[in-house]
Design a protein around this ligand. Structure first.
Ligand code: GLN
Length: 489
């Protein structure tokens, strides 16, 4: 049986009916990872024994009559989310041997539910990037074409779900890192509203926009995972105590009369094959009774510039603790040999263990926060961020949700633009706006261009995950793009 093609609900039914054990399912995925991941390179660590132990425990709980939806379901997790007693590297040499002392809240919640953690996935170092080429360890490949990137920074998680190495995976999204790789790999990726899912135990990148979310085969699975991982957490000061919806139950609400905003300038800016394919999805929504409303988002064009000022600023501050003394890699230069020159030690520890992109961001961030430049860059960026937020608030007075492309093009080739940071930053033009505004946004498969998957992004008001998931789920009930699998075996 091709368990790699089944969704959470389908596997849940088999597990509950006693037709399959979680241990067998876990062995199936461990064997598949062993076979496929040597060419795909989606995983950094695999925890075979720990996964088997969790699977046996899940089987006992099933035998005792527990019916949790994710009980016994194997998953993978991006390697910037802490897992107690297990390696968490953030794909950096700085944390290559770091064993997390506690579990992130999302991992704790998934443990309580009975999901089975198979291992950790590759990412751009500290989640800085859009291709997973910035990993300090290796480049993850796109399962649809191994010469291409899977997107990033959650490229390992998206490639793994697309290739069927686990049923679902966790990613993190600060400025597109769930949605863009989801679109490149033909899977569904939800960035929840900021503060909807606890960030406790997520290695901080940009604390004002970081959020953990699910990467799945379809939207129903995203709703199922969201039902488990979202909610208030006293360990996360930004966590929100608003009650959460039952995301699964709300999937089947009638869409008739719903208003979907479309900025046609975004779509028309794409290559014609991409724009034609994206326009087809508008027709699908219309057939569901959704009204398409042309909108204009003039401030969105500044989202990338604002994001690439705020993000490095927060990175430079968040990564300061990684100095090889408090945390992380320590070079062979020791305090006693340094004539008490701590600066030399920091320089060596950080210089030898941070990659180029991380260094670039630390330098940029330190610059924009420095006196003399703070007002011109950081303060200005924060002001424009408010304008962008307000622009969205105004739009949501006339429409219920917005549709855009997820990415300006199909997955690019490994090495094609890795030496051009600005080009890489432009990957994020459609996804950084909703991040800056803290909005819930999903990318779902919307067809193929040159045999590679493309995605559409749907987003709505803060905390309105329900409408985003409902729109996306009903789109999938009318299309079969999400059911196509790459030919990798
Ligand atoms: N591509 C974006 C960046 O490089 C997204 C990163 C993210 O969301 N973690 O910053």
């Amino acid at each position: 049986m091709e368990y790699n093609k089944l969704t959470i609900s389908e596997l849940h039914d088999l597990l509950q009916a006693g037709k399959l054990s979680s241990l067998d399912l876990t062995e199936f995925f461990l064997a598949r990872i062993e076979k496929i991941d040597s060419s795909l390179k989606a995983c950094i660590s695999i925890f075979k024994e720990e996964a088997r132990r969790q699977a046996k425990k899940a089987d006992e709980r099933i035998a005792q009559g527990e019916k949790n939806k994710l009980l016994g379901i194997p998953y993978l997790c991006k390697d910037n989310i802490l897992t107690k007693g297990l390696k968490t590297t953030a794909a950096s040499k700085m944390l290559e041997n770091y064993i997390a002392p506690y579990n992130a809240t999302v991992i704790e919640k998934l443990n309580n539910e009975g999901a089975v953690l198979l291992g950790k996935t590759n990412l751009d170092e500290f989640a800085h990037g859009a291709s997973t080429e910035n990993s300090a360890f290796f480049v993850t490949r796109n399962p649809w074409d191994l010469e291409r990137v899977p997107g990033g920074s959650s490229g390992g998680s998206a490639a793994a779900v697309s290739a069927g190495l686990s049923v679902f995976a966790l990613g993190s999204d600060t400025g597109g890192s769930i949605r863009q790789p989801a679109s490149f790999c033909g899977v569904s990726g939800l960035k929840p509203s900021y503060s909807r899912v606890s960030r406790y135990g997520l290695i901080s990148m940009t604390s004002s926009t970081d959020v953990i979310g699910p990467i799945t085969k379809n939207v129903e699975d995203s709703a199922l995972v969201m039902n488990v991982i979202s909610g208030f957490d006293q360990n996360d000061l930004s966590s929100c105590s608003l009650e959460i919806d039952d995301y699964l139950k709300n999937l089947n609400k009638n869409l008739k009369g719903l208003k979907l905003g479309v900025e046609y300038n975004f779509i028309d800016s794409l290559d014609v094959k991409m724009s034609d394919q994206i326009k087809k999805s508008l027709a699908v929504f219309e057939s569901l009774g959704v009204e398409i409303i042309p909108i204009s988002l003039p401030y969105n064009k500044y989202a990338g510039s604002v994001y690439y000022i705020i993000t490095p600023a927060e990175i430079s501050s968040n990564l300061a603790r990684l100095d090889g003394i408090r945390y992380g890699f320590s070079s062979d230069l020791k305090v006693e040999q340094s004539n008490n020159n701590l600066n030399d030690i920091y320089l060596k520890n950080r210089g030898q263990s941070f990659g180029e992109e991380v260094k670039r961001r630390v330098i940029l961030g330190t610059y924009t926060l420095s006196s003399g430049y703070f007002d011109a860059y950081y303060k200005k960026a924060m002001a424009v961020k408010e304008k962008i937020k307000r622009e969205f608030e105004n739009i949501f007075e006339t429409v219920d949700a917005v549709l855009t492309p997820s990415s300006p093009h199909i997955a690019f080739k490994v090495g094609e633009q890795v030496d051009d940071p600005l080009k890489m930053y432009l990957e994020d033009i459609f996804v950084t706006g909703p991040s800056l505004a803290g909005l819930p946004a999903i990318s779902i498969p919307a067809g193929f261009v040159d045999n590679l998957p493309i995605g559409i992004q749907l987003f709505s008001k803060k905390f309105n995950e329900t409408i985003v998931l409902n729109l996306a789920d009903q789109f999938q009930k009318k299309t079969d793009y999400h059911q196509k699998n790459p030919n990798i075996n």
